[in-house]
Ligand binder design. Structure first.
Ligand code: ADP
Length: 501
């Protein structure tokens, strides 16, 4: 067993700060690295030491393996924590760290490589006993093969980039006409985004839920699961709100998913923290989707209900300690929700909105609220990186208490200068279907459709009111039929248009 004394955090933003908090609690020194754009970033201020590693684009800073290892060596670190994103799932990085006689706080590079390929991981997990989404376990070779397999699997199906991630490189195919043109585009996109054109197909699961299981495994073969996270509130196949426990599954399925996940990671010989993602269909059948070999963005909700610090566990496992608890000791309590606060404009298709934060009031204080933030008042959110600026997490004795607490905290949260997803979350949280826990991955599309319809109705009504006013009709005028309503509406829209000229 080797006691870690100093860690380089190869990341930025909220996750770098979050990792440093645990390091400080464990009396371990932290080293930050930063790009040009991040000279004044919060994680730089938070660390015990900080070193520049290059210009703003991540390819010249946070993705530079050579520079990261050089800083770690020169500053006397004995380990590197990769966070999530950037190099966290790059097996070459994990290998290079270990070859430099540093500890990589994460799994073995072989596990990272195996789980990095969607087809390879599907094959391995099926062999390890998990049900996988019906589809291929190797990339398609050509168009003929694609047509043949698509016929076997049936429509709708998904084209996926083998090395894809972050919700990118996926295409929904509803019928055969769409198949070949989409395949051609998907291949070239996969090549430019992931450096590899390999594409495979899997069955599209209708009305799906995304539910994932957090696991931990030490080097002595002890493995546990820490409950599930329901991650079905998504935009562009990316999560924005997560909660635990899932309102969709019962204890029997929960236990089955957990036990099967643990058995699978034991079979593949995994080490450290990881997440097994499942797609669950409307009849509650679950299928392995992919495995993430790192800390997840949404890990705090698991921490809130279990009281277990996952970063501490990662560090202790990397030091060679056995897990300090067994499955029976893990007793999730209450409910937790996370809202991802992005610097994005929710009313403009979630377009990134970088810029300077002129005013910031965090919802700190009160029972059951946690905020993992990477920004401060006066900070300029750079355009170069993921626009996630903070995560707001609430805990409650039950789901409704957690939801009400989240609403309270969102109302206390004030950010001026940039647009954020805060107002959007207030709309999600007051939706009757969200409150009932009655949602799947299509929830946001549906919410947007409903809001558009409502906007149109308000517009129509205001046009009719204008018409009545302009024509000096009595307030009691009643349209005789639908045709008349439409005529009033068209006339009203015309008056509104003239008024605006
Ligand atoms: P990535 O690695 O890019 O995050 P994933 O395979 O984890 O991609 O899938 C991301 C999201 O895409 C899922 O959470 C889900 O909403 C949707 N998805 C993926 N595969 C399927 C499928 N077979 N059927 C239905 N939805 C899917």
């Amino acid at each position: 067993m080797m006691k870690i004394k100093k860690v380089l955090v190869a990341n930025r933003g909220e996750i770098a700060v979050r990792i440093m908090r645990t390091l400080r609690e464990m009396d371990i020194k932290s080293v930050a690295v930063y790009s040009e754009a991040d000279r004044k970033a919060l994680h730089v201020r938070f660390a015990d030491e900080a070193y520049p590693i290059g210009s703003s684009p991540s390819s010249e800073s946070y993705l530079r393996i050579d520079k990261l290892i050089d800083v770690a060596k020169k500053s006397g670190c004995d380990a590197i924590h990769p966070g999530y994103g950037f190099l966290a799932e790059n097996s070459e990085f994990a290998k290079a760290v270990r070859n430099s006689e540093l500890i990589f706080i994460g799994p073995d590079h072989k596990s990272i490589e195996l789980m990095g390929s969607k087809t390879e991981s599907r094959k391995a997990m099926e062999e390890a006993g998990l049900p996988v989404v019906p589809g291929l376990k190797k990339p398609v070779r050509d168009e003929d093969e694609l047509l043949k397999f698509a016929m076997e699997i049936g429509y709708p199906l998904l084209l996926k980039a083998d090395l894809g991630g972050g919700g990118k490189g996926m295409r929904l195919i509803k019928n055969e006409e769409e198949l070949i043109p989409s395949y051609k585009l998907a291949g070239s996109e996969a090549l430019s985004s992931f450096g590899n054109p390999s594409i495979y197909i899997e069955k599209y699961i209708e009305e799906p839920h995304h539910i994932e299981i957090q696991i931990l495994m030490d080097e002595y073969g002890n493995a546990v699961y820490l409950g599930e996270r329901e991650c079905s509130i998504q935009r562009r196949y990316q999560k924005v709100v997560e909660e635990t426990p899932s309102p969709f599954i019962d204890d029997a399925i929960r236990r089955k998913m957990g036990e099967m996940a643990v058995s699978a990671i034991k079979k593949v010989g995994y080490l450290n923290a990881g997440t097994i993602e499942f797609i669950v269909d409307k009849d509650k059948n679950f299928y392995f989707l992919e495995m993430n070999t790192r800390l997840q963005v949404e890990h705090p909700i698991t921490e809130m209900v279990t009281g277990i610090d996952l970063v501490r566990c990662q560090i202790e496992i990397a030091e060679g300690s056995p897990l300090p608890f067994s499955q029976e000791d893990i007793k999730p309590r209450g409910s937790a929700i996370e809202c991802r606060i992005y610097a994005e404009d929710p009313d403009n298709d979630f377009a990134p909105c970088p810029g300077k934060i002129l005013r910031l009031q965090n919802p700190e204080g009160g029972i059951g609220v946690r905020i993992d933030s990477g920004v401060y008042e006066g900070f300029e959110v750079p355009i170069f990186y993921d626009p996630l600026i903070a995560k707001l997490v609430t805990w409650g004795r039950d789901r409704l208490e957690a939801i009400n607490r989240m609403r309270r905290a969102l109302l206390e949260y004030h950010i001026v200068g940039i647009k954020t997803t805060i107002p959007f979350f207030l709309r999600v949280l007051q939706h009757p279907d969200f409150i009932k826990g009655n949602y799947n991955t299509h929830f946001i599309e549906r919410l947007e459709r409903e809001e558009k319809k409502l906007d149109e109705t308000v517009e129509d009504l205001s046009a009719v009111v204008t018409y009545l006013k302009m024509e000096e009709k009595s307030k009691n005028s009643i349209p005789q039929n639908k045709k008349e309503i439409n005529r009033w509406k068209m006339m009203g829209l015309w008056y509104n248009f003239l008024n605006r000229l």
